[in-house]
Design a binder for this molecule. Structure first.
Ligand code: GLN
Length: 484
């Protein structure tokens, strides 16, 4: 097998058994990146020299017998994560010269375990988008069909796994940004419960919704990554101080007697027929494995997208006020301070980011605050309560990730509302603050991957991973590779 197609656990065994060194694995990945990058465009920055130095020190650790599952594993992370000494753009022109003085806590945890960073991955600007088309650094292409989007905003993170440019990656998910690209690129992606993983050093989009999570080739790898990054961090006061389970240990517990909810609002008429077929087959597979299905209702689903676009944009308008050309990032030539602020922001931000700053500022303005922002917060509580009520009867929920497989580049870019609706099944999970996972569940008649979403109870990642693992063992969708 090619090194670049390996999973974390396969490469770990090869490293531990000294069949291969991390330097060799890293060099093979760098070569692979170079050969497919012109077609896929997953990366904003590749860091070959730093990667080889890190691989060498991983090899020394392995020689000393210190071989954590992540030691020597070449991986890559979304450009939203701060990386000390390495350009971090967040997909925006306004940060085209920003070299952070410190690193994100989640990445540091992986690095401290010996993971090797290959580079920083493309994304929608400030994670605002579902297609990667809002990046200031070009659109990443879907490795399964280069005329299509990889999904977004963690499009580079999903495409890099699918195109075998990294063994695993990290992304972030505010309204679906890990799950939707994972679904479109045929990989596993997990959005942990809000508070499970530290957000310290992650460039903020909508702080009450943002969460960090892994994108991997299989569920076992997802468990390994989550174990490494989860946990309380005093530097993020919203991270929760609850023990991190040993997710790998309970993976194989099976789904016999597991109660799976099917929210009727998620199986709608407009669902793509290929997606429907994949969902029906998945339900059948779980039945065969001994799970029970219960029809449930999440009655406020219809309001989720509107609620999200008020709360997320309000928080974004506040978070993005810091980009003023004074302390970091792009600074325009200007006459005086006010002119400098205006010009730096006008030149630095793209159209989608500007649209959202305006929307969010409007929703927060004194005359409209109660009618929009406060009301959205109330509806958010109703949506949260829907989940609490439904989880009284079921252990997990099963839904599609996206209403259609990956769409064409350019198809929705001029129609923001259509673009926003592609996250209809993922957004409610962020509003409710709970966890969910996307896993490969089939292919369209045109050969595009289709993902299945499992939604878990708050801090119920263990059950998700167990259910995901059982499905993966019973199917072969995750084994198919894009031919690139
Ligand atoms: N597509 C959604 C948005 O544009 C979600 C993005 C995300 O999860 N970061 O906001």
């Amino acid at each position: 097998m090619n090194i670049f197609n390996m999973t974390i656990h396969e490469l770990h065994n090869a490293l531990k058994g000294k069949q291969i060194s991390s330097v060799e694995a890293t060099a093979a990945m760098l070569e692979r990146i170079e050969s497919v990058e012109p077609q896929v465009g997953s990366f904003i920055t590749v860091t070959p020299e730093k990667a080889l130095v890190a691989a060498e020190s991983a090899d020394q650790r392995i020689a000393r017998g210190e071989c954590h599952l992540m030691t020597g594993i070449p991986m890559a992370i979304k450009d939203i994560f701060l990386t000390e000494g390495i350009l971090t753009t967040c997909g925006s022109r306004i940060l085209n010269n920003f070299i952070p003085p410190y690193s994100a806590a989640s990445w540091e945890k992986l690095r401290d375990r010996g993971a090797v960073l290959l580079g920083k991955l493309n994304q929608d600007e400030f994670a605002m988008g579902s297609s990667n088309e809002s990046s200031a650094y070009g659109t990443t292409r879907n490795p399964w069909d280069l005329s299509r989007i990889p999904g977004g905003s963690s499009g580079g993170s999903a495409a890099a796994v699918a195109a075998s440019q990294a063994i695993a990656t990290l992304g972030t998910d505010t309204g679906g940004s890990i799950r939707q690209p994972a679904s479109h690129c045929g990989c596993v992606g997990l959005k942990p419960t809000y508070g499970r993983v530290s957000r310290y050093g992650v460039i903020a989009y909508a702080s009450s919704l943002d969460q960090v999570g892994p994108l991997t080739r299989d569920v076992a790898d997802c468990a390994v990554m989550l174990e490494a990054i989860a946990g309380h961090d005093p530097k993020d006061s919203t991270s929760v101080d609850t023990p991190v389970p040993n997710y790998s240990a309970t993976l194989k517990n099976g789904v016999k007697g597991l109660k799976i909810g099917l929210p009727k609002e998620y199986f709608i008429d407009g669902l793509d027929p290929d997606v429907q077929v994949a969902m029906d087959a998945a339900i059948e597979t779980y039945r065969r494995l001994g799970a029970e299905f219960v029809e449930i209702s999440l009655p406020h689903t219809d309001y989720a997208v509107a609620t999200y676009y008020l709360i997320a944009t309000a928080e974004a308008s506040s978070n993005l006020a810091r980009y003023d050309g004074v302390r970091f990032g792009h600074r325009a030539e200007a006459d005086g301070l006010l002119d400098m602020y205006t010009k730096s922001r006008s030149e630095g931000f793209g159209a989608e980011v500007k649209r959202r700053i305006m929307l969010g500022t409007y929703a927060l303005s004194s005359g409209y605050y109660d009618a929009y922002y406060v009301k959205a917060q109330k509806v958010r509580t109703l949506i949260m309560n829907d989940f609490i009520r439904a989880f009284a009867d079921v252990d997990v929920m099963l839904t599609p990730v996206a209403p259609t497989p990956a769409f064409k580049i350019g198809e929705k870019i001029n129609d923001p509302l259509q673009m926003y609706l592609s996250d209809i099944f993922t957004i409610p999970v962020n509003l409710a603050g709970t966890c969910a996972m996307s896993l490969p569940a089939g292919f369209s008649t045109t050969g595009l991957p289709i993902g299945l979403q499992l939604i878990g109870k708050p801090f119920g990642e263990e059950a998700l991973l167990q259910a995901g693992y059982a499905f993966e063992q019973a199917t072969e969708w995750h084994i198919r590779k894009a031919t690139i």
